[in-house]
Write a new protein. Structure first.
Length: 358
């Protein structure tokens, strides 16, 4: 009965959204194809006149700086099989980023992040300096998300692979690009040492192969980290005398015409002392189309975890989502999920998101 109610709700919302969007289409130009939702900011230099000044700024200085932002507002309706239903309206993301080309070989990036559900009111999400003295090599230092996992998704909610593997650290990364191949290695001190003395004893590596042929795009990525306990999802699950536990990730995506396939697997490579070996995977298929002249995308997905009960991740999730580009850089998304916990309790949810970036 709950699935039927949510399905009717989703259909009703989708029809209302289609009518609203069609009504506004006559006053806006046709937009570019919808862009996938990602955690990183979209770089866009606003095309506007500078504020009044007695003398115009140096054009080279203006071109060297990019300002970008992302705002996401979500309404969630949750209906557990056991317990009371609830709903909430949340400012899930407010992000502001600045990129600057300091010189021909040095660039810098700073991103500030606010999330209403976060414990911190405002956070310095990213702060890096990147040196590229040669076209094929780069050296990056600062606080950033380590290249362990891709976490690409066509859904509104974050994939379970991200919940398990995403890792933000202050690190040093050395990487290269050559043709279709990209790779890097990195080191950092981490937060899981059982000793009182801090040590730079954590490392990882990443390899990415990208192939473009006609209207097809294929990307496969491999990653390794020597201690997956440093991930944001496992940082509190380490034990007093737990030794380092390695982690591996495999990601792949294929774009072919309007179709898009995504697959990713993240796992510990060794057992924790408690006998657990947490892992997660995500599978998605999507299709892009035009609805009354509005670019749209529909996708279905299945996600699952193993040995992740201790970190309170669901055992399985079935998802379906549709998104519309209402205006340029402004998207309305609808997602419906049915999740199963390790105690076999089911929860169904409907999620609406309005997102805009500049």
């Amino acid at each position: 009965m709950q699935k039927r109610v949510l399905s009717i709700t989703l259909l009703t919302v989708a029809l209302l959204c289609q009518e609203a969007i069609s009504a506004t289409h006559s006053v806006v130009d046709k937009q570019e194809p919808s862009e996938q939702r990602t955690l990183s900011l979209v770089n866009h230099l606003p095309d506007q006149n500078p504020t009044a000044s007695t003398s115009p700024p140096n054009s080279n200085e203006v071109e060297r700086i990019e300002i970008s932002g992302l705002v996401e507002i979500e309404a969630e309706f949750v209906d557990p099989r056991s317990g009371n239903s609830y709903s909430n309206l949340t400012l899930t993301t407010a992000e502001l980023g600045i990129k600057a080309q300091i010189s021909s070989a040095v660039s810098g990036e700073i991103a500030l992040l606010y999330e209403e559900d976060s414990e911190e009111s405002l956070d310095v999400d990213i702060a890096t300096l990147t040196l590229s003295p040669e076209s094929s090599w780069f050296y990056k230092a600062g606080q950033f998300y380590l290249p362990f996992g891709v976490f690409e998704t066509q859904m509104i909610s974050d994939p379970l692979t991200l919940e398990l593997g995403e890792t933000r650290e202050t690190a040093l990364e050395v990487g290269f690009t050559t043709g279709m191949l990209f790779g890097s290695v990195y080191i950092f001190d981490g937060e899981t040492s059982n000793e009182d003395i801090s040590k730079i004893d954590n490392f990882g590596m990443h390899l990415d192969l990208i192939v473009d042929r006609d209207n097809r795009h294929f990307d496969i990525s491999l990653g390794y980290i020597n201690d997956i306990r440093n991930s944001d999802g496992l940082i509190d699950y380490k034990g007093e005398n737990q030794n380092q536990v390695g982690g591996i990730t495999l990601s792949a995506s294929l774009y072919s015409g309007p179709f898009k396939l995504i697959g990713e697997y993240v796992s510990a490579s060794d057992m924790f002392d408690a006998g657990d070996k947490p892992c997660a995977y995500n599978l998605e298929v999507g299709y892009g189309f035009s609805l009354s002249g509005i670019d749209a995308n529909v996708a279905i997905g299945f996600q699952a975890t193993g040995d992740a009960e201790q970190i309170e991740l669901p055992k399985e999730i079935l998802l379906a989502a549709i998104s519309f580009e209402m205006y340029e850089h402004t998207t309305l998304g609808i997602e419906i999920t049915s999740s199963k916990a390790y105690d076999n309790q089911y929860v169904q949810a409907l999620l609406l998101q309005l997102a805009g970036h500049f």
